[in-house]
Design a protein around this ligand. Structure first.
Ligand SMILES: [Zn+2]
Ligand SMILES: [Zn+2]
Length: 320
């Protein structure tokens, strides 16, 4: 998308580019890839760090039942958008939906402040391609726990959307827009939260809320959602049980399945990525799958890829 050729980007432009990328994440996307050295891109992560610091604002804005309810609702809806759509739909194409719903969940996923759907899917596909090998961007066994959880996001070479991995998604200009200007939806969400809180505070003062209070609780929800999502990259490769002898270190973990609405069955998922379902047994809690099933009954999504019988039989043989 950038009209500049790589040769026209001297090193002195690096810092302004980092700031420009706060707004336009595709700025300089055609420039040569940065070194894969594990170095933090400090200017770029300022907003990410500030989001964490802003959570301390809860000391001043206090709490109210409305603020807590909004934070919990935002957590659940956006976790579903991440697990069911960013992961199972955009990254793995395990079911089909309409273009309108694809966009709607692209927007909802984007509001989780985990970058755009193309960036997310491209990095996730890379993870499956190189799981727990040296090239795996976020392998806790190769690069350490902290790096696998959050460090990798701060590295310069992981910043650009790897478009060659998501050619199937590039044909949708509305998704490219979301991905390129991935700050727009989060800003709109926080502005909306401020407006809602200010209106509730004025119209129903007995609720004890305000614009700033809802913004801070929205940030708290976002930070918790972020770290819960990324436990799948970090914890789910070190903590839990292994049903399938995959070539990586993925684990099944019931606790992580609860906090991520079903993503904790990560060993199942690494063994067979093509199914919409990640809990392979009835007792493997997978609410993202249940919600997608319900959505399929009313025609919102369709062609949900099942777990092949051979995959389940293999498990039965192993137990016998
Ligand atoms: Zn996956
Ligand atoms: Zn994994």
């Amino acid at each position: 998308m950038s009209p500049r050729s790589p040769l026209e980007a001297p090193p002195r432009k690096v810092a302004p580019l980092a700031f420009l990328r706060w707004i336009d994440s595709w700025a300089g996307i055609d420039e040569p890839a940065a070194s894969t050295e594990k170095r933090v891109d400090w200017p770029r992560i300022v907003p990410f760090a500030l989001l964490h610091v802003a959570c301390l604002g809860v000391i001043w804005v206090g709490w109210s039942p409305v603020a807590v309810a909004v934070a919990v609702a935002l957590y659940v809806v956006r976790m579903f958008a991440i697990t069911a759509f960013y992961h199972r739909y955009f990254s793995h194409r395990t079911f089909k939906t309409s273009r309108a719903l694809q966009f709607l969940f692209g927007v909802l996923g984007n509001s989780a402040v985990q970058r755009g759907p193309l960036w997310w899917a491209a990095h996730h596909r890379e993870h499956h391609l190189h799981s727990d090998k040296e090239e795996d961007t976020h392998s806790p066994t190769r690069h350490g726990f902290f790096w696998s959880h959050v460090g990798w996001i701060t590295a310069k070479h992981n910043f650009p959307t790897r478009r060659e991995r998501v050619k199937d998604l590039l044909k949708y200009p509305e998704l490219c827009f979301l991905d390129r200007f991935d700050i727009v939806v989060p800003i709109a969400m926080f502005a909306g939260l401020y407006g809602l809180g200010a209106w509730l505070g004025a119209a129903y003062p007995e609720l004890g809320t305000s614009g700033l209070q809802l913004v801070v609780w929205g940030m708290l929800s976002t930070v918790v959602l972020f770290h819960a999502t990324f436990t799948i990259n970090s914890l789910a490769h070190v903590w839990g049980t292994r049903r399938f002898q995959t070539t990586d270190t993925s684990r099944n973990n019931w606790f992580l399945a609860i906090v991520t609405l079903g993503e904790g069955w990560h060993n199942n998922h690494h063994h067979y990525q093509g199914s919409v379902r990640q809990g392979f047994r009835w007792w493997e809690y997978d609410p993202s799958y249940y919600a997608l099933r319900a959505m399929s009954w009313v025609g919102l999504v369709w062609q949900l890829n099942p777990v092949p019988a051979a995959v389940l039989e293999k498990r039965l043989e192993k137990r016998a």
